[in-house]
Design a protein around this ligand. Structure first.
Ligand code: FES
Ligand code: FES
Length: 168
């Protein structure tokens, strides 16, 4: 069965029909062409599909698209500023060597964003805990943890409005 929903996606209002069985991951990648969100396991184990829904990190492979009605979604495509300036987390990941193949990176960055929005000055233990559901097969994790700590420092020094907000 299909139903009509409306939601904010990276700051833009989207109104569309979705099938009851569609996941948010399917909606993003297959229906809307936003392939920055990755599909790894498809069963809530790897975190590659992580996006923010109302500011909370969720596994989009487990989240039903129909439940998006009235909610706000942020994917990796919406993280940079409108002029293309990268978010401090994106810059910190690049500059700390926290990206190799890049498959886990969108999910890592969005999990880290949820953490820093809630806790702008996390300990290493808190960073490790926040990213415990995101698997990386390449970097060995230390560069990733370092990048999140570096991003926290950058954000505290140059606070910016990073989550797209409804303008109407
Ligand atoms: S693809 Fe969703 S958790 Fe692995
Ligand atoms: S950079 Fe390759 S899986 Fe993380």
């Amino acid at each position: 069965m299909a139903r009509r929903i409306s939601f904010l996606l990276n700051g833009e209002l989207v109104e569309m029909e979705v099938e009851d069985h569609w996941t948010l991951l399917h909606l993003l990648r297959e229906e809307l062409g936003l392939t920055g969100t990755k599909e790894g396991c498809g069963s809530g184990e790897c975190g590659a599909c992580t996006v923010l829904v109302d500011g909370m990190a969720v596994n989009s492979c487990l989240f039903l698209a129909a439940d998006l009605d009235g909610k706000e979604v942020l994917t990796i495509e919406g993280l940079a500023a409108p002029d293309g300036t990268l978010h401090p987390l994106q810059r910190a990941f690049i500059e700390n060597g926290a990206i190799q193949c890049g498959f886990c990176t969108p999910g890592m960055i969005l999990s880290a964003k949820a953490l820093l929005d809630e806790n702008p000055n996390p300990t290493e233990e808190e960073i490790r805990h926040a990213l415990a559901g995101n698997l990386c097969r390449c970097t060995g994790y230390l560069q990733i943890f370092r990048a999140v700590a570096d991003a926290a420092r950058r954000i505290s020094q140059e606070p910016i409005e990073v989550f797209p907000r409804r303008t109407d």
